[in-house]
Design a binder for this molecule. Structure first.
Ligand code: BGC
Length: 521
């Protein structure tokens, strides 16, 4: 059996530094950038089950839903216009993350966050006051632009700020905010849907202005990362900042490595074209496959459409929204488990355990829905225990995702790219993520209509593939300083063929046996 996990724990490098209150608070504020993304994920699915909203903007869907009451449940929400409402945002996010790459690199991570907040605010404002479908779509495009900027910059910011031993935990603050955003949105939908007069959806959509303000203000008060300051020529300030962040005076070694990484980075004129070089093959592969796999877990079927899905399988509108709240709570709780475990148990363990858990649950849910709804989608009366079992397994599935692919889908890419390609590669990560979020959102209702319960088996198949991929191809990155990451590829049974020692003058070149050697810079 090859050494599939890559190097052992640690690199032999141990930069001094603590988890200072300063860095903790900074990371918490920055991580709140995930709120806008989460709020939107949670709000859109719920809003599309609100009858007044459907009647106003998507009347044909509402009429079909009314007419279909006792017929094929699998197809009652199948409408391209309705899915376009949800998914248009992701196309916008895809485009803006590419622009954000340049802003993040040239002007700093903070400015990208600021743009993210402002664009999202504008989108929320337009949506809250929408009078016609075009206003909804324009609003959603702006929200998407905002998310592209935020998701491009926040994970990088966190990984650069964090002391390497706590990088996993601090970075997952981003995912925690996403899940909190989703939960808040689900709870608000539940209450706003009850507002008499049927204008509650305006509050749901307009409410996005609050998380937008949080990231906007946050970005103004946050410091820049030392990596980014060095990259932009502010070397002395960067050193002082590093001392402040780490809470120690002895930052020489880390500082030297950051400067060296920046020198290498300056030699690169075209970060995009550069990504195609052979030595970046492992990075490029991960930048594409990790987000692709994250979306192919099928998680957003639950996140966007939990209310739709639950009402499809027989819950009343109100209890469907309530069940979405329950999965939301599980999502937050399991993310906290990940924060606790990621720097202890490592990334690979979480990926693999989460994969097995999701696979089992998807098979059970497919079997349950198949058994009751069969092929024609007409279940007759559903007993209560049945709904409870389905919700239970969906919750276990969500937990599996929330401590594996959810947070790690953002953490791992943000920590494996060398500085010279970091912004560009992160944009690829965000774009691919958004592309497949879009694809899943756009085709899910049609797939449910055609594949029926087999839809869950479709995603289960991908979960199997991605777990095998992680087992063989993803090296462990726990406890390795970010500018030292080159070594994980060099000692990997497969990726080592793509990278030469000279490729990583700043990446743990002279590794001793077992990954414990110390590099001399
Ligand atoms: C994913 C989202 C997903 C969310 C669920 C994130 O990591 O990128 O697509 O909706 O997790 O918590």
């Amino acid at each position: 059996m090859p050494a599939v996990g890559g190097v052992g724990p640690g690199t032999g490098k141990a930069y001094p530094g603590n988890l200072t209150p300063y860095v903790t608070v900074t990371c918490i504020v920055a991580a709140m950038g995930g709120l806008i993304f989460g709020y939107d994920i949670g709000i859109s699915g719920g809003v599309t089950t609100m009858t007044p909203f459907l009647k106003k903007f998507f009347r044909s869907v509402w009429e079909k839903k009314e007419a279909d009451k006792s017929k094929n449940q699998y197809c009652q929400y199948d409408s391209q216009t309705l899915t376009m409402f949800t998914s248009s945002l992701y196309l916008a996010a895809l485009l803006s993350s590419i622009v954000a790459s340049t802003v993040t690199r040239r002007l700093g991570r903070k400015l990208s966050m600021l743009f993210g907040g402002l664009l999202f605010f504008a989108g929320a404002l337009i949506n809250g006051f929408a009078k016609a479908v075009w206003m909804l779509i324009v609003g959603r495009l702006l929200l998407g632009f905002g998310i592209g900027f935020a998701n491009q910059s926040v994970p990088l910011y966190l990984s650069e700020m964090a002391p390497y031993r706590f990088r996993g935990a601090l970075n997952i603050g981003f995912q925690l905010s996403i899940t909190i955003g989703i939960l808040i949105a689900n709870v608000l939908n539940y209450f706003f849907a009850k507002i008499k007069g049927g204008w509650g959806w305006r509050l749901s959509l307009g409410g996005a202005m609050v998380p937008a303000l949080i990231i906007t203000i946050g970005s103004l008060v946050l410091p820049d990362t030392p990596n980014s300051m060095i990259e932009r020529g502010q070397t002395e300030e960067a050193k002082a900042k590093l001392k402040r962040i780490r809470g120690v005076d002895d930052v020489e070694e880390e500082f030297r490595d950051l400067v060296a990484a920046s020198e290498t980075s300056k030699l690169i004129e075209h970060p995009w074209r550069n990504l195609l070089q052979r030595k970046y093959r492992p990075h490029l592969t991960m930048a594409i496959l990790i987000p692709f796999f994250q979306q192919l877990t099928g998680i957003n079927v639950i996140m966007f459409y939990a209310p739709v899905l639950f009402s499809t399988i027989g819950f009343k509108d109100d209890s469907a929204l309530m069940s979405a709240v329950i999965t939301g709570v599980v999502n937050v709780g399991a993310t906290v488990v990940s924060i606790y475990g990621v720097d202890k148990w490592g990334r690979r363990f979480l990926f693999l355990e989460g994969g097995v858990q999701m696979l089992i649950c998807q098979a059970v849910v497919a079997a349950c829905i198949g058994a009751k709804f069969g092929i024609n989608g007409n279940p007759g009366d559903l007993p209560k225990w049945y709904a409870v079992v389905v919700v239970l397994f969906i919750c276990i599935y969500v937990a599996g995702f929330a401590w594996s692919w959810g947070p790690l889908g953002w953490l791992v890419p943000s920590e494996i790219f060398p500085l010279e390609i970091r912004s560009a590669a992160q944009s690829i990560n965000v774009s691919v993520n958004m592309l497949f979020t879009f694809a899943v959102a756009q085709v899910f209702l049609t797939m449910l209509c055609h594949l029926k319960f087999g839809l869950f088996l479709f995603f289960a198949f991908f979960v199997l593939i991605m777990s095998v991929f992680v087992y063989y191809f993803l090296p462990e990155t726990k406890g390795i300083p970010i500018e030292e990451m080159g070594q994980v590829w060099k000692t990997h049974w497969y990726w080592s063929r793509f990278v030469e020692d000279v490729d990583y003058p700043n990446g743990g070149m002279e590794m001793g046996k077992g990954g414990q050697g110390v590099k001399d810079v």
